[in-house]
Design a protein around this ligand. Structure first.
Ligand SMILES: [Zn+2]
Ligand SMILES: [Zn+2]
Length: 253
């Protein structure tokens, strides 16, 4: 078994890259790809931990791309994580994340919730602040039943404390990955919320024109019927088939 979709504390997971690799060893996996959101900050540490434990770690990333009414994430595998141009490009995304967070705080406070940005930063440990950290703080303070409740009531797209942020258009996310020597793969196609197979196929075939090389057909939240459809689309369009858990440690999302 290999897991091509995992997150560490470099984004919104709650295991450090080293602890994540050690966990994967213990679970008897053969390899993992570290695919933190919009950053390769944990890749160096994960590779070192892999080397120490004789375990294969694939350098990766998960880039959020623009998609007006849904969530479109592009995974990048085997990227040169030290490529300066790549790092410069994705630093725009980190800046956008940092700018978004105070906006979420303001909205939550406007809803009568007592929360400070300091509390959320503390929750994140050393990593980037993401919405799961807001969810954790809301949970600890008793405002929500669980983290999913926090997303549903406050944080998800369309919810009252949702704050949008800059994303690359899909073709740019793909070309940044290609230019850094990586393999771009469409993550969890279920989050594209397509009405039917034809709509999804047309989106995926556009992405392929930009250089997309694969689809994450196997994913923890895909139902068996969805998996079947994604498999067919991948076969029809000649795309690679990948699979991953989207492991975050105990954090959801
Ligand atoms: Zn994702
Ligand atoms: Zn993910």
């Amino acid at each position: 078994m290999i897991d091509l979709h995992t997150h560490s504390t470099a984004s919104d997971g709650n295991l450090s890259p080293t602890a994540l690799v050690e966990h994967a060893c213990k679970m008897n996996l053969e390899a993992i790809a570290l695919t933190d959101h919009d950053t390769v900050g944990g890749v160096g540490e994960a590779l070192a931990a892999g080397e120490k434990n004789g375990f294969e770690v694939i350098p990766g990333i998960e880039i959020s791309a623009e998609s007006p009414n849904s969530t479109l994430h592009i995974l990048g595998y085997y990227i040169d994580y030290r490529d300066n141009i790549f790092l410069q490009n994705i630093s725009e995304l980190q800046k956008a994340r940092a700018e978004r967070n105070p906006g979420i705080i303001k909205k939550l406070q406007g809803l009568g919730i007592e929360i400070s940005y300091e509390e959320v930063i503390e929750e994140s440990g050393t990593g980037l602040v993401g919405r799961p950290h807001f969810a954790q703080v809301l949970l600890k303070k008793g405002y929500v039943k669980n983290t999913q409740d926090a997303f549903d009531r406050y944080l998800k797209k369309g919810a009252p404390a949702y704050e949008d942020k800059f994303r690359f258009p899909p073709h740019e996310a793909i070309s940044h990955i290609l230019n850094a020597g990586g393999i771009p793969v469409l993550a969890h196609p279920n989050t594209l919320s397509c009405q039917n197979t034809a709509e999804l196929e047309s989106i995926v075939s556009d992405l392929k024109k930009y250089g997309l090389k694969g689809i994450e057909v196997y994913y923890s939240e895909h139902k068996s019927q969805q998996t079947k459809v994604y498999h067919q689309i991948a076969d029809k369009l000649g795309l690679l088939i990948t699979g991953g858990s989207d492991f975050h440690g105990n954090n959801m999302k």
